[in-house]
Design a protein around this ligand. Structure first.
Ligand code: SF4
Length: 322
């Protein structure tokens, strides 16, 4: 990954259970699995970079034995989970052949067992994945992370991820095989990506690509995110973030005991404006409940998976192999 200070993908062997239940927000109780520890995209606002178990700077650890472990774990189960969320703290489509190989194998194993997969990506989905997904459209819950079409935003906040126009291609290709991806507009950056012009341009493009639903969330801070932003953003954008969050205290939000939300008035006004534009253009925009506990919100695609799991509707295996 040129210019990002990240290039090394280090093979690692995982031990223990690979399907682990999420314990945060609307995903609580849903089995999750991560193909890598760390992510090549290195977004400036990524909360996972601040995890205590995050890999050393400049390294992404790839769990090379994951497909075998997953197969072994599934053999022991009498009841399969209905859905698995893949890569809650990394991305399925990081541009490295070894990562893509393991991600493909893991998805294939799950889908072949009748288990649905949910993922959120800022990467580019390649041809062979579309071939796999085309065999199981109802079992794929895809979310594309796309905050803005602004080049300034992309270069400041997500310089390691593919440019937004290329991510738009994912949407069209998924729709061609019968999958309607949801778009996650998160983190909305005040005074950069939430201007009427930027929002209108983004929603018009999304509408033209056939998008029906988006989930919205303004930026929030945790201590590690704050440090990353202050060391990676250019001075102008650092000042904007500092000014917006000045005076905001640390609160418990979801599983995080230290989160700073933007002032409620900024969020309320922004969401109202974005929802109005979305409605005029014909897209349903929901506010992410998990990241806006003080506002009326909604469930995103992953949240609906959590809801389904909460209703305890697992896939029952036949008693005897066919
Ligand atoms: S794509 Fe997601 S996991 Fe990867 S660096 Fe960006 S925010 Fe973090």
């Amino acid at each position: 990954m040129e210019g990002m200070g990240i290039s090394e993908v280090v093979p690692r062997s995982r031990r223990g259970k690979v399907l682990n239940k999420a314990y945060f927000g609307c995903l609580s109780g849903v089995p999750t699995l991560n193909v890598t520890n760390g992510c090549l995209f290195q977004c400036a606002y990524c909360y996972a970079r601040g995890y205590s178990q995050a890999p050393p700077e400049g390294e992404v650890q790839l769990y090379v034995n994951l497909p075998n472990l997953l197969k072994e774990e599934l053999v022991k189960k009498r009841v399969f989970p209905q859905w698995v969320i893949i890569n809650t703290s990394s991305d399925c489509f990081q541009p490295h052949p070894d990562i893509l190989k393991i991600a493909y194998e893991v998805m294939q194993i799950l889908l072949d067992h009748g288990i649905g997969i949910s993922f959120l990506t800022k990467g580019l989905i390649s041809g062979r994945f579309f071939g796999l997904f085309a065999r199981f459209p109802p079992k794929i819950l895809a979310q594309v992370g796309l905050v803005s079409l602004s080049e300034r935003y992309w270069k400041e906040y997500e310089p390691g991820a593919p440019p937004p126009e290329l991510r738009m291609g994912n949407i069209q290709k998924l729709r061609e095989i019968g999958i309607s991806p949801e778009i996650r507009i998160d983190p909305i950056v005040p005074f950069l990506t939430d201007t009427e012009n930027e929002i209108t341009r983004l929603f018009q493009e999304l509408k033209a690509a056939g998008v029906e639903k988006v989930t919205l969330s303004y930026m929030h801070l945790r201590p590690a995110i704050q440090d990353q932003l202050m060391s990676e953003l250019s001075p102008t954008y650092q000042k904007i973030i500092e000014a917006c969050f000045r005076g905001q205290g640390w609160n418990v939000v979801g599983s995080s005991t230290k989160t700073k939300l933007l002032p409620r008035t900024i969020r309320e006004k922004g969401y109202q404006m974005i929802k109005k534009i979305a409605e005029e253009i014909g897209i349903r925009a929901s506010i992410c409940q998990c990241k806006n506990p003080d506002l009326p919100g909604d469930l995103c695609g992953s949240g609906r998976v959590g809801n389904a799991i909460g209703k305890k509707t697992p896939i029952q295996l036949p008693l005897f192999p066919c």
